[in-house]
Write a protein of this length. Structure first.
Ligand code: SF4
Length: 378
């Protein structure tokens, strides 16, 4: 039996953060009950298509999945366990945000099978959290970590952001140090991307907020790599660091370009050589499922050349790179036959290296990964 990954999207948040362009909504909590009914329906509609698969990972993303009560989470977990063969040692992750977590809901999540907790902290300085429009402070986060450990969570990720307005290098170093002091086994570190149609975008345009320059951004990133390595973390993906054995299995499936099904509003899937996504709007998603219709829109066949491109630019995000043997096995051709010119050029530029088994980005290639990914498009 083949293994598959499942993603469940929970698009509700207490408040919209100033930089956020995810498919998430505040002020719509009154829809949660209907949304869960719709999710349950959507999950059961996939029962027969996934009968030949076992589920190796489940990931609740958002939005803020921890806006759900323990009971609501247990309803979703029950339907997943009833509909699919969930592997005994499956990684079951849940994104969460301080301000929505407490001992009681953490205990219920854990008792319902969630075994990996991802917490969106972003920064350890309360003035930066305010700038970002977050609803919590650092003290709430440390309390959440304590409670999470008390109820049994050991596999914990924390999301941090760098290159924030008015964030000093000292702030960034302090945030990383606090993660190490708290012994957080997995850290995701992303630089702030200013997306259009967010309050942040307008403020940057109007020069109401000033972002650190590119040199500062890259220095912060390099510092994280150096410091976390020194503290025993493995830099295993461009933006992800883990203690040995704590890599996120679910995200590895995306980077290794393996199949997954996404449930919920706006969720994406990659299955049977097709990519497809659900309607984004929560009300539309609920209404389609009320009428027993799958909420899918935009289904595209992935041609072999697209699959090769995706395999390359997703796989090259991993610090170990892509396995040449795996490529040959999957596509019956050597990657050097397809990308001969590109690889020679990228090697000359010092962006890519390879040995007998792997092709990977150099340190410079990690900094300029977009140039490499561009070259991988066929
Ligand atoms: S909590 Fe996350 S998903 Fe929700 S608004 Fe903030 S950044 Fe977006």
């Amino acid at each position: 039996m083949n293994s598959i990954a499942l993603y469940i999207h929970i698009p509700f948040c207490e408040k919209k953060c100033f930089y956020c362009d995810f498919n998430s909504y505040s002020g719509k909590k009154y829809l949660i009950e209907d949304y869960i009914k719709a999710l349950k329906k959507e999950i059961t509609l996939y029962k027969s298509s996934l009968a030949e698969y076992t589920v190796g990972t489940i990931f609740f993303g958002g939005g803020t999945p921890s806006i759900l009560s323990g009971k609501q989470m247990s309803e979703i977990m029950n339907i997943l366990n009833k509909s699919f063969i969930v592997e005994d040692n499956a990684e079951i992750s849940m994104e969460s945000n301080p301000g929505t977590l407490d001992y009681n809901n953490l205990k219920q999540y854990y008792d319902n099978g969630i075994n990996r907790l991802s917490i969106g902290l972003q920064a350890c300085q309360n003035h930066l959290l305010k700038t970002l429009g977050r609803i919590h402070d650092f003290e709430e986060y440390t309390k959440n970590i304590k409670d999470a450990r008390k109820v049994g969570f050991t596999n914990i990720n924390t999301d941090l952001m760098f290159s924030l307005p008015s964030q000093s290098k000292k702030d960034w170093k302090e945030s990383l140090r606090k993660m190490v002091d708290l012994n957080i086994p997995h850290i995701s570190a992303y630089s702030l991307i200013v997306e259009e149609d967010t309050p942040f975008h307008n403020w940057v345009e109007d020069k109401k907020v000033i972002l650190p320059n590119e040199d500062t951004e890259i220095n912060m990133y390099h510092y994280a790599i150096r410091y976390l390595k020194e503290k025993g973390y493995k830099h295993y993906e461009i933006s992800n660091f883990s203690k040995p054995g704590f890599e996120c299995k679910h995200n590895l499936i995306y980077w290794e370009n393996k199949p997954y099904i996404g449930f919920g509003a706006g969720a994406h899937s990659y299955f049977n050589k097709k990519r497809f996504n659900n309607v984004e709007e929560v009300e539309k998603y609920i209404s389609l499922l009320k009428n027993d219709k799958l909420p899918v829109e935009n289904k595209i066949d992935i041609l072999v050349k697209d699959e090769i491109s995706e395999f390359m630019f997703l796989g090259l995000r991993l610090i170990n790179g892509i396995s040449i043997d795996e490529f040959k096995e999957r596509f019956n051709i050597s990657p050097f036959e397809i990308y001969k010119e590109q690889f020679n050029k990228l090697k000359e530029q010092g962006l890519v290296v390879w040995d007998k088994h792997y092709i990977k980005l150099t340190s410079k290639g990690i900094d300029f990964s977009n140039i490499v990914f561009q070259e991988m498009l066929l």
